[in-house]
Design a protein around this ligand. Structure first.
Ligand SMILES: Cc1cc2nc3c(=O)[nH]c(=O)nc-3n(C[C@H](O)[C@H](O)[C@H](O)COP(=O)(O)O)c2cc1C
Length: 202
């Protein structure tokens, strides 16, 4: 099953980046292997971080080997996400630490770094032919309570991972989103030639 929805770009970018997107159609019958899970975590592990602190932590919920935990993690998602995540064989939770390891001072880059690690993970998923879809729609308090996440770690995102599935099996509203043209704001909105008043022109 193809999950290609290449980005429409002003200048060429690496195909790994152009090909990554956030599908909702996931094959319910194909588990993610242990080696693939480890590969995803390794990709996250090698992300850059402020002071090399590596403030990210990932909790792994593999339906094949730990179905009860998968169910508990799934129950933390909002209904709108549950509607399609029900087919995902693997759920991950990305959490960010609050303090630097080297001096115990607040680490205001921890959430930034955890996002960077999560994108590395998603790109690796894409490189492996898997789909990975990050979600903010979940109850972080419930997740932390259910899985003993320490208070100084903030749940940032859950990530649904699996093999590409059949979009026809999605609820209608989601089916349309699955094939709609991917949109981005133009470069001149998101980039400046130094000064805020000077939009970057390609
Ligand atoms: C932090 C974060 C939270 C997100 N939350 C959700 C979510 O709760 N449900 C969902 O379906 N998609 C969620 N997404 C996916 C975005 O909607 C998606 O990345 C965006 O629309 C761009 O599409 P693309 O990833 O296919 O390029 C989230 C993405 C990120 C990075």
């Amino acid at each position: 099953m193809s999950s290609s929805r290449q980005a429409d770009v002003a200048e060429p970018i690496h195909e790994l980046i152009a090909n990554r997107w956030s599908p909702r159609a996931i094959d319910p019958d194909r588990p993610v292997t242990r080696a693939q899970i480890t590969s995803l975590l390794e990709a996250a592990r090698w992300a850059p971080s402020c002071f090399g602190d590596e403030p990210w932590r990932f909790l792994v919920y593999d339906r094949a080997s730990a179905s009860e935990d998968w169910e508990r993690a799934f129950a933390c998602l909002v209904e709108g996400n549950q509607a399609w995540v029900k087919n995902a064989p693997l759920l991950l939770a990305a959490v960010a630490g609050a303090r630097f390891r080297h001096n115990d001072k607040p680490n205001r880059w921890a959430q930034y770094d955890t996002g960077a690690a999560s994108v590395s993970l998603c790109l690796q998923a894409s490189a492996l032919g898997l789909v990975a879809h990050q979600m903010g729609g979940f109850d972080g308090v419930r997740l932390a309570k259910t899985f003993d996440i320490p208070e100084e770690y903030t749940p940032m995102a859950m990530i649904a991972v699996g093999h590409p599935g059949d979009p026809q099996l999605l609820p209608e509203a989601l089916r349309e989103k699955e094939s709609a043209q991917r949109q981005r704001q133009p470069l001149e909105v998101i980039a400046f030639a130094g000064r805020w008043s000077a939009p970057y022109r390609a």
